[in-house]
Ligand binder design. Structure first.
Ligand code: C2E
Ligand code: CA
Ligand code: CA
Length: 655
């Protein structure tokens, strides 16, 4: 690369009280360019300069000062102007002003970079003295008077060159420093940004972690966190045999009613408040000793779990359950209404003997269901028999699911006897389950489960269909005056089906059933659970011409006076009254009163559960309409029942 010719003006100050000296310097350096010979010399002395060539010329700008003070003024001015002196030749003796050293001292204060050559005819200097005085002797040279012209030229050249290099180094250093500053600043901002991002990412991660282990609605720990904590607790419990761990499964009773009636928003509000009460309740329970941490968890829906890690005695767990249940049952203000709920709690305890978290959870759940079944709003403590029962029930549920399609059901028939004639007036259809591995399973065992599972709806439909078909078969075989009726049990769950009445209508049409020969048995408690809707449904069924029987009368706490509210044809007095009939006179009075009332309301009466001759004798005395019971016959299969129907002899000899 070809460098352009450079003209460098290098300012030199000559400080001397002798006019002749100035003239000499002008002669040597003034206005002169660096000669090629000098340039070669310089190159030899200092090494070749980049772009060095004969074209490269140096020009000196000479200035004169006759006293140190005058020199100082010029140097200061030059610095201010931005055209500093490169070099000063300073005479050692300049009376009456400052001597050479004093002058140099001042010049260096004004411009630390200026190169200085002291000119002296004497040996009146010492390097040590100067070092001591200036702290350094870097930019200082001594020229012995009288001097040779070449000496001046060389010094001027070398020193200005040195100055130039130092200046370049300084510029470079500044550039480097600026660069470093810039880089540092950049690094700092990226670092800051990085830091912010890290903080943000960390808080996002924290949030994610929190979300993964907490329930969104109530902010309580969730199942995942519970499982984690339970694992730790069980591990610890193994090492500490005195440590009692309790797990409480808490389920709000009838929560669905709140959701269905007030809406899900209201349901959520209630859950949030319930969660808060549990947490506060647990915190305030200082009567219960704690060695570990107690935790409240929401499993989902209206299910909560309380983990008591370290209690003193098993009864502490029951105490906690009671206290929490009390708190939960206080009224809630939801959607401007006052609402109350209760809760059922299942409790399981372990003292290190249980190592399986899932087993513990299952057992607490089983105990909770036990509390629900026992009537809700209470707690139940888990024991092994519950587990056995729960397993059996689970198995039964599984089998029940397929019983209908596998044709394992069978309808049995129990005769109902008209007391006046002693003839069979009809049958009650009673369901049986021929379980492949068991004896006939009683409906007492499986009907409640089928109801809970909702299976009673298709099963009940099937029973009704079967019974109606059988009735048609029998009535075809009988002369019209002896035609019989059949009654079929209907559960609450079936009646709640919106399609129920329509389906019944369909079945009686399909089977050609005379509507009046079919009776539906509905228990007193089903009717009383929702009197208004039941009343409507019963009227619809009545319109089909079907007979309606109130079953198990006397067990549902209905008052006798409300009987006329419902469109009923028959009352079936519950077996329990008959059982006590002969031992307790009170019952005979009740039965008599009921029969009288029913007659006034135009209803017939059937007495259930007649087992003995004495009972029958009593009932006959009351002039009751119908009776049913083992005294006459147990429920029998369809063949036996058919034989009873077709037998021409009066079926029963009445006393
Ligand atoms: P329920 O409707 O009260 O039926 C009468 C029950 O009393 C029958 O029990 C019958 O066998 C029994 N029983 C009749 N006479 C006597 C007696 O003299 N002494 C004694 N100790 N018991 C007598 P079962 O057949 O075991 O049925 C039990 C319950 O299961 C029924 O009580 C009814 O509530 C229900 N159930 C039976 N079949 C059906 C059905 O098809 N659908 C529905 N929803 N429930 C049914
Ligand atoms: Ca019945
Ligand atoms: Ca009954």
């Amino acid at each position: 690369m070809n460098k352009p010719t450079t003209h460098e003006h290098r300012r030199i100050l000559v400080v001397d009280d002798n006019q002749a000296i100035h003239a000499d310097f002008h002669k040597i350096l003034g206005g002169k360019r660096e000669t090629p010979a000098l340039a070669d010399l310089r190159a030899a002395l200092l090494g070749p300069k980049q772009g060095d060539s004969a074209k490269n010329t140096v020009q000196y700008d000479l200035d004169s000062a006759y006293q140190g003070q005058e020199a100082l003024v010029k140097v200061r001015h030059a610095v201010k102007e931005g055209r500093p002196f490169v070099l000063a030749f300073v005479d050692m003796r300049m009376p009456p002003g400052w001597d050479g050293l004093e002058t140099i001292e001042h010049l260096w204060q004004a411009d630390p970079d200026i190169q200085v050559v002291i000119c002296t005819a004497y040996s009146d200097y010492s390097w040590e003295g100067m070092l001591e005085r200036f702290g350094h002797v870097d930019g200082l040279l001594i020229l012995k008077k009288p001097f040779d012209n070449a000496e001046i030229s060389q010094l001027a050249c070398a020193l200005t060159q040195k100055w130039q290099l130092a200046k370049q180094a300084r510029v470079r250093r500044h550039e480097l420093e600026a660069m470093v500053d810039e880089r540092t600043a950049l690094l700092r901002t990226t670092n800051d940004a990085l830091h912010i991002e890290i903080v943000q990412r960390k808080s996002a991660e924290d949030q994610l972690r929190h979300d993964a282990f907490h329930d969104q609605l109530t902010n309580l720990p969730n199942r995942a966190l519970l499982m984690d904590r339970l694992h730790q607790c069980l591990e610890r419990a193994k090492r500490r045999p005195e440590h009692i761990l309790a797990l409480l499964f808490l389920d709000i009773d009838n929560f669905k009613v709140i959701n269905d009636s007030l809406g899900h928003g209201a349901g959520d509000d209630l859950l949030i408040e319930a969660a808060q009460r549990l947490v506060e309740g647990l915190r305030s329970l200082d009567t219960v000793s704690r060695t570990g941490e107690h935790t409240t968890v929401r499993l989902g829906g209206d299910e909560f779990v309380i983990l008591l890690d370290g209690i003193q005695k098993p009864s502490d767990a029951a105490l906690v359950a009671e206290r929490l249940q009390e708190r939960l049952s206080l009224p809630y203000k939801i959607s401007g209404r006052e609402v109350s709920v209760t809760a059922s709690v299942g409790i399981v305890l372990t003292q290190g003997e249980c190592e399986d978290v899932n087993e513990l959870m299952r057992n607490a759940d089983t105990a909770m269901y036990r509390a629900k079944h026992a009537g809700k709003a209470r707690h139940a403590m888990f024991d092994e028999t519950m587990h056995v029962e729960a397993m059996a029930r689970l198995e039964l549920e599984n089998d029940l699911r397929f019983a209908l399609e596998r044709r394992q059901f069978e309808v049995f028939y129990q005769p109902i006897v008209e007391l006046e004639s002693g003839r069979i007036s009809g049958f009650e259809a009673l369901l049986r389950w021929r379980h492949p591995q068991r004896e006939l399973v009683s409906p007492m065992e499986f009907i409640p489960i089928a109801e809970e599972m909702g299976l009673i709806v298709p099963i009940g439909r099937w029973v009704l269909d079967q019974a109606c078909r059988q009735l048609a078969v029998w009535n075809r075989q009988l002369p019209p005056e002896r035609s019989i009726s059949i009654s079929v049990n209907v559960s609450k769950r079936q009646l709640e089906e919106p399609q129920f009445c329509a389906e019944v209508g369909q079945i009686i049409r399909d089977t050609n059933t005379v509507p009046g020969s079919l009776g539906l048995e509905i228990t007193e408690s089903t009717i009383m659970a929702a009197p208004k809707t039941m009343d409507r449904k019963l009227r619809l069924l009545r319109q089909l011409g079907i007979q309606l029987h109130m079953d198990d009368f006397g067990t549902g706490h209905s008052s006798l006076s409300c009987l006329d509210r419902f469109p009923l044809d028959m009352l079936k007095i519950d077996r329990s009254f008959v059982t006590n009939l002969t031992s307790n006179r009170k019952y005979s009075a009740i039965i008599y009163a009921v029969i009288t009332l029913a007659r006034n309301l135009n209803m017939k009466v059937t007495v259930e559960g007649v087992e003995t001759e004495e009972q029958l004798a009593q009932i006959l005395a009351f002039e009751c309409d119908y009776a049913q019971g083992f005294y006459f016959a147990k429920p029998v299969d369809v063949h036996t029942a058919s034989a009873m129907v077709t037998s021409d002899v009066p079926w029963m000899k009445l006393a």
